[in-house]
Design a protein around this ligand. Structure first.
Ligand SMILES: [Fe+2]
Length: 413
């Protein structure tokens, strides 16, 4: 059964929305400009998708939930492609198996780009319909999420090549860090209001806004760095079972883990190929298990998502090191709570009190994933600037680390 998607948003001006859509669609295409069709078809693991698939899937999302449902007379660009590029929407019927996305040599990259242009043209007249603004906003936010996934997925794919191919040249000099000396944001505890406040676009999983009781705590002003992680390794962090959660220790042993993903000697793999690590830059590509073990070793703990949000709610959410233009992205370090790396919290990804998914197929967007995952807060160097919020809830399974995932310590007061 198909339900028409209805979502709640901020009701922005039509011209502003049209400009944001154009900028978002343009950035997606700039991100794949260095890729051949073969590069864009690579799928290195089931968790990751080909760059071409991302470009197509976000276009399917607009074609299905906006054009098919709300543009009278719209004809799909190709009736067979919905099967290929539906991700996980059961309400939209059967779909191509996720681990087999890398087998789709057809449609070609150029055909997918032509589809994108076709859909962009069909969307243009819809900006004058205010009732569609929340859905168009959702489509933009959805494409921004896939821009980050595109970057992390192609990085994982290129890392499998022994030649270590670069997608872009390295930045001429590492971006400057404005991180200050070690300091803590202290919070006296009390009742905190958590969740989206209804003044702008938010995903359904960010609400309803509700009260949470906090005990006094402190949140580190800086992310844990590569240099600090090297001390953890040198001190036997990966070989000391008492530091690890039981599941984490089993994972370390089963997978033979001894360093963050993409580390090799003093180098790490980046979108610019193998590069020397910057010691003062935030460590990234770590699992929840690694983050928790490091926190135990450091005599601290992971923050809850509520603690993080209580500190960040007054911060500049467009600050820090986030994605603006196509090019190599790397954590650099910043005084902002946002940017560089998504930060693991110890909070299970669960519904907030009185949460109800929105009606229709779009209701599958978030709620059905609330099992077995942990919340990450902030934003990363691959998150399009303007996409994240203090209330934003990213979520991944505790063993996953191909995203730009890092760590900010917390402690009790
Ligand atoms: Fe998606």
């Amino acid at each position: 059964m198909r339900g028409r998607a209805t979502v709640r948003g901020s009701d922005p001006d039509a011209g502003v929305l049209a400009d944001r859509l154009a900028a978002t669609r343009g950035l997606s295409e700039a991100l794949v400009a260095p890729l051949s069709d073969a590069d864009a078809t690579l799928q290195s693991m089931a968790d990751a998708s080909p760059a071409k698939w991302h470009l197509a899937h976000v276009t399917w999302f607009f074609e299905t939930f906006v054009l098919r449902d709300h543009a009278p007379g719209y004809q799909p660009f190709d009736a067979g492609w919905g099967y290929l590029f539906n991700s996980y929407y059961e309400a939209e019927g059967p779909r191509h198996a996720r681990p087999a996305r890398g087998l789709l040599s057809r449609p070609s990259l150029s055909q997918v780009l032509a589809w994108r242009a076709h859909v962009d043209a069909a969307l243009a007249p819809l900006f004058g319909r205010p009732e569609l603004a929340p859905l168009l906003e959702l489509g933009i936010a959805h494409e921004q999420q896939h821009q980050e996934l595109l970057l992390t997925d192609i990085k994982h794919a290129l890392a499998q090549n022994p030649l270590g191919p670069a997608m872009w040249d390295a930045a001429s000099s590492p971006p400057p860090s404005d991180a200050g000396p070690g300091a803590w944001h202290e919070h006296p505890g009390g009742i905190a209001l958590i969740g989206a406040d209804g003044t702008g676009f938010a995903f359904d999983n960010e609400g309803p806004r509700h009260r949470v009781l906090l005990e006094p705590f402190a949140l580190a002003a800086q992310l844990v760095t590569n240099a600090e992680w090297e001390v953890f390794i040198a001190d036997g962090g990966y070989s000391t079972p008492t530091l690890w959660l039981s599941d984490g220790w089993a994972w370390v042993r089963a997978e033979g883990i001894s360093a963050p993903l993409y580390w090799r000697g003093h180098e790490h793999f980046t979108h610019a190929g193998w590069q020397r690590r910057e010691p003062g830059a935030p460590v990234t590509h770590i699992s929840y298990y690694e983050a928790d073990a490091y926190a135990a070793w450091a005599g601290a703990r992971l923050p809850t998502e509520f603690e993080w949000e209580a500190i960040a709610s007054g911060d500049d959410l467009a600050g820090g090191n986030q994605l603006e233009v196509a090019g190599p992205v790397l954590p650099a370090g910043s005084a902002s709570l946002f940017g560089d790396c998504w930060q693991w919290t110890r909070s299970a990804y669960l519904p907030y009190p009185r949460f109800r998914p929105v009606a229709g197929a779009v209701g599958e967007y978030n709620g059905k994933f609330m099992s077995g995952q942990f919340v990450l807060k902030g934003a990363s160097c691959a998150t399009p600037r303007g996409h994240s919020r203090a209330s934003y809830r990213n979520f991944f399974y505790p063993h996953q680390r191909w995203q730009f995932t890092g760590l900010r310590l917390a402690r009790d007061l």
